[in-house]
Design a protein around this ligand. Sequence first.
Ligand SMILES: NC(=O)c1ccc[n+]([C@@H]2O[C@H](COP(=O)([O-])OP(=O)(O)OC[C@H]3O[C@@H](n4cnc5c(N)ncnc54)[C@H](O)[C@@H]3O)[C@@H](O)[C@H]2O)c1
Length: 347
Amino acid sequence: MEIQRNREDDMKVLITGGAGYIGSIIAGSFKRAGHEPVILDSLINGNREFTRPYSFIQADIADKDALKALWEKEEGFDGVIHCAALTIVPESVASPGLYYQENVTKSLIFFETLEALGCKKVILSGSASVYGNSSETLLTEESPVNPGSPYARTKLIQEQLLEDLCRKIEKGGLRGISLRYFNPVGAAPDLSSGAWKENGSHLIAKLMAHSSKTPFTLTGTNLPTHDGTGLRDYFHVADLARAHVMAMEKFDRVLKEEKTEYTLMNAGSGQGVTVKEFIKAFEKVQGKSVDYLIGPSRPGDVPGGYASIEKIKRLLGWQPEYSLKDAIESALEWEKIRSTSIEESLN
Ligand SMILES: NC(=O)c1ccc[n+]([C@@H]2O[C@H](COP(=O)([O-])OP(=O)(O)OC[C@H]3O[C@@H](n4cnc5c(N)ncnc54)[C@H](O)[C@@H]3O)[C@@H](O)[C@H]2O)c1
């Protein structure tokens, strides 16, 4: 069944994983821009509270019947944002099969169902973790990929899956854009949602969790960067969310300009910030110093890198509006109300 929709200025967009951290903030961004987000999430790691302002269906992305019924009920969607995934690196090392099942197998089923339903526009949540231990620090979309964990490998395969389905010889099917996110920080501008489950591998989460009893341990201090600590690219999650709205609004123009059915773009600040610099910025916003210990180097500590954002600037006219300070402030504001939000969602 193919339903033709013709709207550009008030799009109806399906967001998988919209009960999670980034998906919920993307949903808010679409709504503020005058579009209609609809959320599909299994709630395996999502927060029902975050879905309250939107239409929501609790379903797994691999549940073909649920997706077909939703598509018919909503009379199709103008586009789909695919955020749903398992995202915890150490968990992926412990249970790689689970990650391939959830992120790869289910995404294949999802994309093929979308294709059968006549979907023409898919934006995928990609991850800069696919660059892994790169020899380059300024990472362009052409930089070599070297994913360093099962999680990162599943994110690369998701991109490749989407690309191959879009590049099928028979035209008229799916078309796609992958956005490779660097390190989003912060919460929704109205603090309606944010990172609600601990992801201990994120630097900001570690800094917020540290206390005099559990001091923060800085590892990787002899790396080939200007202060010896790893280089990352942090940017406000609200800027990331806005990039999805712009990519969906400009979808046809972008692919036409690139003469392709699929393309990928980095999304980051375009600025490299070391772990020590991030700690300094965090201390400044928080108004008190962070006591940290210097830990031993760990195998796998990498100098890291930051995004070249020339492509996304050129194709979407997007660039970050918020500063690193804004992003940290937003994360700290959200942290103050996070526990209430979790309690509400469990009631
Ligand atoms: N948070 C980051 O720093 C970051 C960085 C790069 C890329 N990403 C990507 O962004 C996306 C969103 O990440 P997040 O941080 O918001 O994670 P999250 O865990 O907060 O959100 C993921 C959501 O997907 C849902 N979900 C998972 N599997 C599902 C399934 N099979 N069917 C339906 N729903 C399912 C979960 O319930 C959850 O609500 C992921 O694809 C992730 O790989 C995140």
